[in-house]
Design a binder for this molecule. Structure first.
Ligand code: EPU
Length: 447
């Protein structure tokens, strides 16, 4: 258990550098399994999710080496079946093993998925993944220890229509279809920038993939693929998180590496709230211009909508805006749980089961508090907090930085999954933070 002591009240000022996107890098690492030769990925961040995927690849016989400045070389020439117990022990906190299925079935005829982890932001089932693998001709068998996927012959291309534009399932289809026999047509695909960058990687490896404007992706299967060399696209979630932190603390942060084209929806919202930004070729400067912030009505959505992963950091900034803001979370049913801690810190936030947005979503008829009304501005005060999930946890740090007093934030190792060296970066921006590693979790005192 790692605890961060955060003394708030100091506006964040300075520069941070954002490297490759967590939600692309992990998938590009999996793609290396499909090649006959070594792949090289650049700008890989030093985060614990990368270590988990690296471990999984190594368990399957891939030789992984670090180069200078975030370079990762992956040699898949000796791919082998891993021991079920090892995969289970290693994968604990990650959902990545499900994406290894297609590549491993192509290479070895079988794959195994343990019980999957990931952030506690909803049920996070893998039914779409298993359905598409079956449609490629794989057999899916549920065992007490997990799920075994196997195929006696080469997987076959197929016509697929997703019930929801799921990011992971679209990646599953891409990683499976590229080496399947014949053509795969995927309707209702997710088209996030991280997915388009994965398609770029696969094309470098020898795949034939076309993307239409209507969420249709066509893949012509090929027999073999080679390794790739690629620089990862920047992490637009981390970039937006620093932007929200600058705004909530009344600060001024230059995010080197932030790319406008992948963040346009975030930038529109940031401007509507009253935040300011300057864009140049190397990054984006986010700052609070000194005028009162404005409330907003916001709905999360798949790309090109407002990302669900931007929702939590921006909610913290909205606690400092004048008037009533409405946030409707339509991607995950349970991504507003982090607001409990914000309420303890003095924020005025109500959550609702109803869809408080212009578009009713699939959670409207269910028992999930997936809409929020945030009334501001409210001064925030320090609290003792336990990190609930990656983005919620970083958002708690932002709240602690904007608050008066010293907050004690437990379980920040979850934040290490996706925010590279965030403690050093915070200190570099003038934040007063102290990291404390503990052997045993201590009892929480709720204030
Ligand atoms: N869903 C199903 N069945 C499935 C798969 C998904 O019902 O088999 C549902 C999910 O429960 C969710 C919705 O579909 O309600 C969307 O899930 P999606 O598959 O798009 O998400 P994911 O691939 O599991 C990735 C990112 C998330 C990010 C989402 C949405 C990774 C490793 N994770 O998750 O990132 O929020 O896409 O953009 O790429 C994070 O970085 O903190 C994070 C949670």
């Amino acid at each position: 258990m790692t605890t961060l002591h955060v003394t708030g009240g100091t506006p964040l000022r300075g520069e941070v550098h954002v490297r490759g996107a967590k939600n692309f890098v992990s998938k590009a690492m999996v793609a290396s399994l499909l090649g006959e030769t070594t792949s090289t990925l650049r700008d890989v961040p030093d985060i614990s999710d990368v270590q988990i995927v690296r471990g999984l690849l190594e368990l399957h016989g891939v030789r992984v080496e670090n180069g200078v400045d975030g370079q990762l070389r992956m040699d898949p020439s000796h791919v082998e079946t891993a021991r079920v117990a090892d995969i289970d022990a290693h994968a604990g906190a990650s959902r990545i093993p499900v994406l290894l299925c297609g590549p491993l079935v192509h290479r070895l005829g079988r794959a195994f998925i343990p019980d999957l982890g990931g952030c506690r932001i909803g049920d996070r089932p893998i039914n779409y993944h298993l359905d598409v693998l079956r449609q490629f001709g794989a057999s899916v068998e549920k065992l007490p220890s997990g799920i075994e996927i196997s195929a006696a012959r080469r997987l076959r291309g197929t016509k697929l229509d997703l019930p929801y534009p799921s990011v992971g399932t679209t990646e599953q289809v891409l990683l499976t279809a590229v080496r399947a026999e014949g053509i795969t047509e995927l309707r209702g695909a997710a088209v996030e920038p991280e997915i388009l960058d994965l398609i770029a990687v696969l094309q470098k490896m020898g795949a034939i993939i076309s993307v239409d404007t209507d969420r249709v992706i066509r893949i012509e299967g090929v027999e073999t693929l080679a390794g790739y060399e690629h620089r990862a696209l920047p992490d637009r979630i981390e970039a937006a998180s620093w932007g929200a932190a600058a705004l909530a603390t009344g600060g001024d942060v230059y995010v080197r590496g932030a790319a406008q084209e992948d963040m346009m929806t975030f930038l529109n919202v940031f401007r509507k709230i009253g935040g300011a930004f300057d864009i140049d070729d190397e990054g984006i400067r986010f700052f609070h211009p000194g005028l009162p912030l404005r409330s907003i009505a916001l709905e999360t959505d798949v790309h090109p909508g407002f990302m669900t992963d931007w929702q939590q950091p921006i909610v913290v900034a909205l606690t400092q805006a004048e008037g009533l803001s409405i946030v409707h979370e339509t991607v995950y049913e349970n991504r507003l749980g982090f607001t409990h801690a914000l309420r303890r810190m003095g924020a005025t936030i109500q959550t609702y089961r109803e869809c408080l947005g212009s578009t009713p979503c699939r959670f409207g008829a269910m028992d999930f508090r997936h809409s929020a009304a945030i009334s501001g501005p409210t001064p925030l005060r320090a609290a003792e907090i336990e990190v609930p999930d990656l983005r919620g946890g970083f958002s708690h740090l932002i709240a602690a930085l904007a608050a008066t007093g010293t907050s004690v934030v437990h379980g920040v190792e979850l934040i290490d999954r996706g925010y590279e060296h965030f403690g050093d970066k915070l200190a570099g921006l003038g934040a007063k933070v102290e990291r404390e590693e503990r052997e045993e979790p201590e009892k929480l005192v709720v204030v």
